[in-house]
Write a protein that binds this ligand. Structure first.
Ligand code: FAD
Length: 530
């Protein structure tokens, strides 16, 4: 009898309705399986969607520990069924089984047509992936020390792609130390993949392709539209570009989803009054882009743009080159984060990068710290104080007037915001993402329930050098100010900038998506004009 895996939060297992089962029966094939039969196992590259008519299936981790059971009207599968990623778990029949098998391609088209089914299946797949990420011993095994940059980079890559992983540090784990004893720095980390394959010192691209994620690009590709960056803006451009008949390729240097994919809760996205997680929003967008045959390739970093007459060339790391009739730059920005441990545990729950009405409401009469010395920090502090929060502004200089406008400094006084000069945070304290206190670099501990970080954002534009004009902070200038005849045009005809990377844009998901969609119309006009 399989042993329960630990810790194993059982992923939700919603039931399909009778009408959904009969629709699946029309498109799939009915099968039976005996007790003990393995339906798919760790390391497999493909399996069909399986809806259970009778019987029961247990899902096991690599070591044979039980994760969850699925019974009558339930279904098997998680995100890898759609992405083609290597399977992380094994499914074994525990009660005589009668089930409908639907191939991945048929399921995909069904999900596009059938909204309610798509809701049930996609939400379950996403929830299952989130649950699998918490199961130890599943998915990738990354062996290497915290002191190895390549190891830390590999862990970050896996996390940003929401891959289940176990990180074994040889400095604390003797059996891991034995595994990498003979490997020099250049062959770290050791990455063991589901199914047994081992890679020494691989690049994220090698791991990604070994797992079957994303597509391999030819050394030279020729496309109508290249979208650089797969955050909300890039995915918006991908959905509209591909759905409107452009041969569309999207590349991203890390995973799909951008900053939005890291947000625990997006409360202000139109059409989702209860809010939704960033990973759910972007997973849905990725599925939608694939539906229209946009090609999504990760991890590929753009390293240069060479404008041409009719075709622009974008070079990628690893000597790939893409010739595109139009380029949409959607490389976004990276918000400066605090260099403290476990920050990601708090982000979206009690640490925020923007202060709007929902945050003000959340903070109520709580103790709140706003971190930063610029006007955006001042505005946020005033806004939160007006909402009733007890606000302290922490900044690292000797005098706030060096960096903040006078009128805002007066407003801070007016609304009772306490200002602490020369204050930098060294550590966060709390449980389950809820902040209790922070420790300053001087050692002082201060109680705060919420933290708002306004440390500035850095646009991801270094790779562009002087090819397109940028503002003094590095954001891409577009529109009339650079002589373009539309708001998203850059100094190079046929190259557009959308979302957070664009100078003066509103740094929000909805505007990023909107600009991505809008750029496609401008791409059509540009191509027609040529
Ligand atoms: C923690 C957090 C919470 C947030 N919460 C909200 C919210 O509740 N509501 C809201 O509206 N907004 C929110 N935002 C802001 C929102 O996420 C951004 O405005 C939005 O993601 C911008 O989308 P984008 O596509 O322009 O850029 P990004 O999301 O930054 O995506 C850019 C992509 O480009 C890729 N890239 C960068 N350089 C290269 C390169 N050289 N080659 C290839 N790819 C590259 C990156 O890997 C990234 O995936 C939040 C942001 C954060 C960080």
């Amino acid at each position: 009898m399989p042993q329960p895996a630990s810790p194993a939060p059982p992923p939700p297992s919603p039931a399909l309705s009778a009408s959904q089962l009969s629709r699946l029966a029309e498109l799939g094939e009915e099968h039976t399986a005996d007790v003990g039969e393995v339906l798919y196992r760790v390391g497999d590259r493909e399996y069909p969607f399986m809806a259970i008519l009778e019987g029961e299936v247990v899902i096991l981790d690599t070591a044979g520990h039980e994760i969850v059971r699925h019974g009558r009207s339930g279904f098997l599968g998680e995100l890898n069924l759609l992405s083609g990623q290597t399977v992380f778990v094994t499914a074994v029949v525990t009660q005589p089984l009668r089930y409908i098998a639907v191939s991945r391609d048929v399921l995909r088209s069904l999900l596009y047509e059938d909204g309610p089914l798509s809701d049930v299946v996609l939400s379950a797949f996403i929830a299952r992936r989130e649950a699998l990420q918490t199961v130890q011993g599943l998915g990738l095994e990354i062996v290497g020390p915290h002191s190895s940059k390549a190891t830390v980079g590999m862990v970050e890559f896996a996390r940003s792609n929401r891959l289940p992983l176990t990180w074994r540090d040889p400095e604390h784990d003797p059996s891991a130390a034995a595994l990498v004893a003979n490997l020099d720095e250049g062959r770290l980390p050791l990455v063991r993949l589901p199914g047994g394959l081992e890679l020494q010192g691989p690049s994220p691209g090698q791991v990604s392709r070994a797992l079957g994620i994303g597509r391999e690009l030819a050394p030279r590709e020729d496309v109508d539209l290249l979208v650089v960056g797969a955050g909300p803006a890039g995915l918006g451009a991908a959905v509209y570009g591909a759905s409107e008949g452009l041969d569309t390729l999207v590349i991203d240097s890390s995973g799909l989803g951008g900053q939005a994919g890291t947000s625990r809760r997006i409360e202000n996205y139109l059409g989702f009054p209860a809010g939704l997680s960033g990973s759910e929003l972007t997973s849905r967008a990725v599925t939608q882009a694939r539906k229209f045959d946009a090609r999504l390739a990760t991890p590929y970093r753009a390293v240069s743009l060479e404008p041409g007459n009719g075709r622009h060339n974008v070079r990628l790391e690893d000597d790939h080159e893409i010739a595109a009739r139009a380029v949409v730059i959607a490389t976004g920005a990276q918000y400066r984060r605090l260099p403290v441990d476990d920050l990601d545990q708090y982000e979206g729950i009690s640490v925020f990068y923007a202060a709007g009405p929902p945050e003000a409401q959340l903070c109520g009469a709580e103790r709140v710290a706003v971190v930063g010395g610029g006007n955006s920090a001042g505005q946020a502090a005033v806004w939160l104080a007006r909402g009733g929060a007890l606000v302290t502004l922490l900044h690292r200089r000797a005098d706030l007037r060096e960096t903040m406008s006078d009128y805002l400094v007066r407003e801070l006084e007016r609304y009772g915001v306490a200002v602490r000069d020369r204050s930098e945070i060294a550590a966060l304290h709390g449980t389950d993402g809820q902040l209790d206190a922070v420790t300053l670099k001087g050692g002082e501990r201060l109680r705060f329930s919420f933290l708002f970080l306004f440390l500035g954002a850095m646009p991801c534009t270094d790779w562009l050098d002087d090819v397109v004009r940028r503002d003094e902070d590095g954001f891409i200038l577009t529109g009339a100010v650079v002589g373009a005849d539309n708001l998203l045009g850059t100094t190079v005809p046929g190259v557009f900038a959308v979302g957070d990377v664009r100078s003066g844009s509103t740094k929000r998901c909805a505007t990023a998506v909107g600009e991505g969609a809008w750029a496609v119309q401008l791409v059509h006009a540009h191509l027609a004009g040529r």
